[in-house]
Ligand binder design. Structure first.
Ligand code: KG4
Ligand code: ZN
Length: 333
């Protein structure tokens, strides 16, 4: 019998809801972004985010159900991101999910946001072969993960300082480009020369961890000393340094663990040059590359409902006293 799960996502600055059947078929996926609200502050303001989630969460859930042509009580489960993320933002989603679970008498399930990002790829490529190396690159996280099977992960490395997306956002802010920095730098870089400036590639040769605060500082210092540098060249050279480190390490990890392919996940996975470098690198190594669509890379609730289908079968539902955990770690076997 097919199972239809409502996913709810409010961990950062997108209020999202989706209905997914059997972890596979997206019946609806609604995302209400707060980017414009936070744009004038140059970054996400937690209290502003929580308030915006309070206003948006029920209308977004209502729209997701309407598009899926379903009523709440017909759902088989309600899955909600309960960490990691901003505590106030998470609590809005978790509280709404609990209330709806009680009102509709539908089981509740807390979902890990990082694990959800990994499952975005499976919605578009159900037959992803494992072992698989996943590069999870978002505004809050940068992780190199090996997926040996469904719900089986090994975290090889993560960032020691800034996340990849954070580096994009901070560089853009320092150079006065706007927010969020990732898409703006991506767009400018398309017109620039990626070999114009050789920015440092920290930790490219050692270990599995990453560090992006050095390259960020180098970009800011370069602009201070050479203010006439075309911003397009700066963007392209910075983006190249980040993509170089990420792709080089992911390819090395794939070789070491005998992976079948490499998959991208998280908001930075929308980056054009990272996608291009990964596609070329995998082709050279005889690996498959999985590049989820840009909508699936950034925060959404379809990925929450997708992983929930696997988690529900493995662990059963959560209790109604489910908590919210701002630093919830990636499950690691
Ligand atoms: O996964 P996500 O939507 O939210 C988090 O869970 O963090 O990722 C947001 C991050 C932001 O830092 C944003 O600048 C970055 O993803 N991003 C990009 C691009 N699109 C979004 N970074 C580089 N290139 C892009 N095209
Ligand atoms: Zn995310």
């Amino acid at each position: 019998m097919s199972r239809r799960i409502l996913g709810i996502e409010t961990s950062c600055d997108e209020t999202a809801a989706a209905v997914v059947e059997d972890g596979q078929k997206v019946l609806s996926s609604v995302v209400s972004s707060q980017v414009e609200i936070h744009g004038r502050f140059g970054g996400v303001v937690p209290e502003v985010a929580s308030r915006a989630h309070v206003e948006a969460v029920l209308p977004v859930v209502g729209e997701a159900l309407a598009v899926a042509e379903m009523e709440g009580p017909d759902l088989d489960a309600i899955a909600v991101t309960h960490g990691p993320g901003l505590i106030g933002a998470l609590l809005v989603g978790v509280s709404a999910a609990k209330a709806l679970s009680l009102a509709w008498d539908v089981p509740l399930l807390g979902v890990n946001h990082l694990e959800a990002h990994l499952y975005a790829a499976f919605l578009e490529e159900p037959d992803l072969e494992m072992p698989l190396v996943v590069l999870l690159v978002s505004g809050g996280h940068t992780m190199l993960i090996v997926m040996d099977g469904h719900l089986q992960y090994r975290v090889l490395g993560s960032t020691l300082d800034d996340a990849a997306g954070e580096a994009f956002d901070k560089v853009a802010r320092h150079v006065g480009l706007g927010y969020p920095g990732g898409p703006i730098i991506d767009r400018l870089a398309a017109q620039g020369n990626r070999d114009a400036i050789r920015f440092p590639r920290a930790m490219m040769a050692d270990g599995w961890d990453f560090s992006f605060s050095g390259v960020k500082t180098s970009v800011v210092n370069h602009m201070r000393h050479h203010p006439d540098t075309p911003v397009e060249d700066l963007a392209a050279s910075f983006q190249e340094a980040v993509a170089d480190v990420l792709v080089t390490k992911a390819r090395r990890a794939a070789a070491e663990v005998g992976a079948r392919g490499i998959c991208l996940a998280g908001g930075v996975a929308a980056n054009s040059r990272l996608r291009e470098r990964l596609r070329e690198g995998c082709a050279a190594d005889g690996l498959r590359s999985f590049l989820p669509s840009r909508e699936m890379c950034t925060d959404n609730a379809a990925m929450v409902a997708a992983v929930a289908w696997h988690r529900l079968a493995a662990d059963g539902p959560s209790r109604l006293d489910l908590g919210a955990f701002p630093s919830l770690p990636m499950p690691d076997e």
